[in-house]
Structure formats: structure tokens, C-alpha cells
Design a protein around this ligand. Sequence first.
Ligand code: IPM
Ligand code: MG
Length: 358
Amino acid sequence: MTSATIVLLPGDGIGPEIVEQGRRVLDAVGLRCGHEFEFVTAEIGGKAIDRIGDPLPPETLAACRDGSAILLGAVGGPKWDDPSAKTRPEQGLLTLRKELCLFANLRPITAHGQLVDASPLKREIVEGVDILFFRELTGGIYFGDSGRRQGEGGEAAFSEMVYETAEIERIVRLAARAALGRRGKLTSVDKANVLEVSRLWRQVAQRVMEDEFPEIEYEVVLVDAMAMHLISRPKDFDVVVTGNMFGDILTDEGSMLPGSLGLLPSASLGESGPGLYEPIHGSAPDIAGQGIANPLATILAGAMLLRHSLELVAEAEMVEAAVAGVLDGGHRTADIAAGGESLSTEAMGDLVVAAVAG
Ligand code: IPM
Ligand code: MG
């Protein structure tokens, strides 16, 4: 039996609706398998700004530190989008990642056979895609020096992209280890033809791979070319490792391969301490409160939580099988219904809960 405290951060937009379904599924797993999951809910993002002026209130950070794992919905929305605002919802998420040292963001991109026709790309390109992205999450341009200064052409702004050797080594090692358990191939993405920071990235990655993982098939690809290969030959990639901003952009591009953003989970992990699990889609303010959002990415994030933070691999597989079964049964939320009949967020949650309960 496993006892765990799971911190729920519903956040903004559709966040509360989808996190509720994620919680119900984890609860069902606990009941079925005899684990004790306690849930604690805390505020983050725009709602926290509205209430206390801070997108990551100290009590939220404290609850996260004390938890076994964290399940997050989404943060942000048009209400808080003013570029001159003092603080933004996204800052809450960035601070949480940094404070908990969650340097590795795992974003699996797999195409569910039943949904391949929902992809904007041709079936023969997309069918069988199985990529695991490792995006560095606590360094690079997201956390470098930034500011404004007076330029000759008026006000100027700068954001610095910095990586230290140790930061590159640890993410490359994690990605390489994951590749060992998969198809044994690793692709490192950089912009070494232009950026000094990428030239260091390339040297360090090369050394780690030669010294520690000679058995892995290793390649480097420039980020602009990768943007192209990702949609022209996505099946050629197994594990991909890259820096913070390149990973942000490429994983959004990759998320289009399976046809719906509503199905993709992600995990943010550090060397120790609680991991953070979330759907990769955003807060979808246009459909918030309507009860029609797709909860499956959040439910699958719950499966990653079971696997990576609680080491409950069979339970994670049970949730993944439940989701696949529901999709095989033809059940769809509006985003993947292609005009056909669609279920509410809660009804979709009901089906997965029922499948897990057995
Ligand atoms: C993501 C998001 C975040 C990021 C935002 C919300 C800060 O786009 O998780 O990919 O840029 O990292
Ligand atoms: Mg992003």
C-alpha cells in the first residue's frame, strides 16, 4: 500500500473542471488498489493574483514542497494578459518550476490509432509516432538576465540565454537513460550554427553521450530543421532533448501530430522531491465553465504521476488502458468529435472512472 499527498492546483480557465476529473480517476485507482491518496487543493495563477496579488502564494509553494506530487490544470487567460501588468499568472508556474528544481520536462507525443484522422497531417505520416521530448525547464532564456535599456533606435529590451555545463549534463543524462529503455535513439536539438550557448550545449551533450552512452544512436539537429522534420518524418524520432525555449516551441508543434492537444500530458521532474504533472494544453478561456473541455490529458498526467512520483507502474498502465479503452469505444469530447456526438467533461471522467473501477 502506498500513502501519498497529492497537491491539486486547478488554476485558471478550464483548469478546475479537468483537474476534478483527474482527481476522481486517481481516487478510483486508490480505492481499487488499496492506496491512500490524500488531496490538498491550493491556488495558483490568475485567480491567486486576483485574490492576493501573487500568482504563487507562499502557502501554495509550501503545500507543494510538502506533497508527494502535484497535479496542475492550467494558468493564464485574457484577463491577465496586459503586457505592462506587474505580475502575470505564468510567473506562478515558472517560479514553482524553479523553486522545486523541476529541470526536466517530459512531453510524450504519441498518436492514438483511433484519432489519427483528427490530425492535420496525413495518416501515413502520423500513424505510429512515438516521441518523448525532454525539455530543459529551469534554465536558458526563460531564466537569464533580462531588462530594458535605451538604444539608439529608442527603448530596447534584452533576454539572455545562458546554460551551464552541469545543467546540460543532467538533462542529457536523463534523456539518454530514457532512450535506453525505448528504441535507443537520442536527438539533441540546438542552434549551434549561430548561438554560442548552443555550441556549449552541443559539446557537452556530445561528451556525455560518448563517455556514458556509447550504445545509443545519437544525432544533433538544428532547431529550424527540426521544426521541419517533426512534421515531415516524425516517426524517425525516439527521444529528443533540447533547451527551454526550443522545447516550448517544438512540443507545441509536436502536439499537433496526434490531432488533439487535449490528449497530451507532461511531467516536470527534478532530482528529488515532488514532480509536477499537467496537461500540455492551456487554460482555454473560450470554453471555460461550459463543462465541455477534454479531461483526458489531465487524466493521463495523473497516470504519469503514478508512474514517476509514486512508482506505481501497474496503476499508471491501468489508467492509460482505461483511457485507450474509452477512446476505442468511440467516446469523444467536442475537441475530438469531428462534428459527431460529444460527451461533457464529467461524462468522459465517469467513463474512465468506471473503467478503472473495473
Ligand atoms: C508551457 C507553457 C509555459 C511555458 C507558459 C505558460 C509559461 O507554454 O508549459 O509550455 O512557456 O513554459
Ligand atoms: Mg508552451
